[in-house]
Structure formats: structure tokens, C-alpha cells
Design a protein. Structure first.
Length: 95
């Protein structure tokens, strides 16, 4: 499945290393925007939420959604569209 991960780390000088390293444990991943990633994983949204909440602060924000098979449109890099097409091909997309 394809999960979208969005976050805001709210503390000044926040260390992103643990978060990035954890996201990169997914079988497939791509950073679409500064605080927005797509990952390919057989594990659930809850599993990923628990995993990521363990490496961020309590005052940070995290949102994860399963977008597998969903239509998508947007203005993001062609490399991100190609990654999405490779990991979850759907007919409705714009790039």
C-alpha cells in the first residue's frame, strides 16, 4: 500500500534525523515536499503512526493516510509522479 505522511515538528532547532531514518526503513519512500513523504509498505497506518510518534515530540503534528488506488492530482516533481506510478499505478493523475 501507499501511505502519505505529513508532519510539523514544532520545536525550534528540531532534529529531523530520527524521523527521516525511520521513514527510510520503509521498503519504498520518496520525499515529495519539505514535510511530506510517500512510502510503500505492507504495514498499517497505525503501525507507521506508532513508529513515527516514538521519534517525534508530543507537541509535534503527524498525519498518515492510506492513498492506495486513489485518484490524485497536484503540482509536484516529475520524479514523485514517476515513483507513485511505479508503486501504485492509477489512471487518474496529472504531472
Amino acid at each position: 500500500m501507499i501511505l502519505s505522511i505529513s508532519y510539523d515538528l514544532n520545536k525550534d532547532g528540531q532534529n529531523y534525523t530520527d524521523l527521516y531514518d525511520t521513514i527510510k526503513t520503509a521498503p519504498g519512500y520518496i520525499r515529495a515536499m519539505d514535510s511530506y513523504w510517500f512510502i510503500s509498505s505492507a504495514e498499517s497506518v497505525k503501525t507507521w503512526s506508532d513508529r513515527l510518534l516514538a521519534v517525534i515530540d508530543k507537541n509535534d503534528n503527524l498525519f498518515i493516510v492510506d492513498i492506495t488506488g486513489q485518484s490524485r492530482q497536484g503540482w509536484i516533481g516529475k520524479d514523485v509522479w514517476e515513483w507513485l506510478k511505479k508503486h501504485d499505478p492509477v489512471k487518474s493523475h496529472t504531472y
